[in-house]
Design a protein around this ligand. Structure first.
Ligand code: FES
Length: 105
């Protein structure tokens, strides 16, 4: 079973930009790559930097703290193939961005 949670309006995240939101007790980084939205767990696995404050280039976000890089679509790390940042499934409806979270209980 999964739960749909509102994250942000599409207008909150301009093309080529990232934003950081909190939902379901998680920090989530949302990215707009050429009008397509993606989301990753927003806490960098290196030392907890804010991926939602990172710079995006060619679909890759660079952590602002020590420049680890992640493919926003897959979470793949360009620094190490052993590292993959969790992706968040998004749904876009009526100009709003929602996440789909699995419910635990
Ligand atoms: S905290 Fe992200 S690269 Fe170090």
């Amino acid at each position: 079973m999964s739960e749909r949670v509102f994250l942000a309006k599409c207008d909150d995240c301009d093309e080529g930009c990232a934003i950081e939101v909190t939902a379901n007790n998680r920090v989530i980084a949302i990215f707009n790559v050429e009008g397509q939205f993606y989301a990753l767990d927003g806490v960098c696995p290196h030392q907890g930097g804010p991926l939602g404050n990172g710079q995006i280039c060619d679909g890759v976000v660079t952590c602002p703290w020590h420049q680890w890089q992640f493919v926003v679509e897959s979470g793949e790390s360009l620094f190490s193939p052993a590292v993959r940042q969790p992706t968040i499934e998004l749904e876009i409806e009526d100009g709003q961005i929602y996440a789909r979270f699995e419910q635990t209980s």
